[in-house]
Design a protein around this ligand. Structure first.
Ligand code: NDP
Length: 243
């Protein structure tokens, strides 16, 4: 092995919804570890220290343009896609409108599909790639008031596994990361009684930091995860065990 082989090359990474929350933590972590990272944001504004391209994952043309711009900034095709952009529109099944169901599916599932499809073009040509889909513990566990969100997150497993079967022989992996409760703006707004109830159900007895999700994503993007594909990696303190 030459010296060059032993030094991991900087990866060309695109993180959707990397302007805030978990996506930002993932982007900052990968960037701090020397990788070339572009984030997408809907406003087009860059978070401090990172380069951003504008992208709405519900719009195929916007996804295509974002990849084209990211590839120009990176100087090569995207090697690692982190499909992180996601929304919730919670309400009980009986009250949920078609729009509430469809829009969550369109962002969380079809958005990830649009990005994976676009990313796969460069990855197939390069004969390498990592597709990492950010799901949620509720995708397999279920959650009242989240039939739309849980359906979208469960479907990411089928997406990753089908990509694995289609593109596995091209040195492309596709995996799902399923976070539990993470300390973000979303969880900080929970009423105290619900926060306590959630904490009581988590074997670890605490929420995770966004950085704990980022570390797992970095592992899946790196050389030690080359033979992991179609996997669902929980980062949930044991909440979803057995699901
Ligand atoms: P945030 O609400 O903090 O951030 C969501 C991100 O997605 C933002 O960057 C947002 O962009 C982006 N986004 C939303 N819709 C679109 C769209 N149509 N096109 C492009 N970008 C879009 O969420 P979190 O950081 O908490 O969550 C990130 C991911 O992790 C999500 O997929 C979520 O489902 C998942 N997750 C979160 C958990 C948690 O506890 N927080 C637990 C399990 C999973 P903008 O700033 O423009 O709105």
């Amino acid at each position: 092995m030459s010296d060059a082989d032993s030094i991991p090359q900087p990866l060309a990474v695109l993180v959707t919804g990397g302007n805030r929350g978990i996506g930002l933590a993932i982007a900052q972590d990968l960037s701090a570890h020397g990788h070339d990272v572009i984030v997408t944001s809907r406003s087009g504004e860059s978070p401090e220290g990172l380069r951003a391209v504008r992208c709405d994952v519900t719009d195929t043309e916007s996804v295509d343009q974002a990849f084209t711009q990211a590839e120009a900034l990176l100087g090569r095709p995207v090697e690692v896609l982190v499909a992180n952009a996601g929304i919730t529109k919670d309400t009980l099944l009986m009250r949920m409108s078609d729009e509430e169901f469809d829009s969550v599916l369109d962002t969380n599932l079809t958005g990830a599909f649009r990005c994976a499809r676009r990313a796969s073009k460069g990855m197939v040509r390069a004969r390498k790639g990592r597709i990492i889909l950010i799901s949620s513990v509720v995708g397999l566990y279920g959650s009242p008031g989240q039939t739309n969100y849980a359906s979208s997150k469960a479907a990411l497993v089928g997406l990753a596994r089908s990509i694995t079967r289609e593109l596995g022989s091209r040195n492309i992996t596709a995996n799902v990361v399923a976070p539990g409760y993470i300390e973000t703006e979303m969880t900080s707004q929970l009423p105290e009684d619900r926060r306590k109830a959630y904490l009581g159900a988590i074997p670890a007895g605490r929420f995770a930091s966004p950085e704990e999700v980022a570390g797992v994503v970095r592992f899946l993007a790196g050389p030690d995860a080359a033979y992991i594909s179609g996997a669902v990696i929980p980062v949930d303190g044991g909440l979803g065990m057995g699901h």
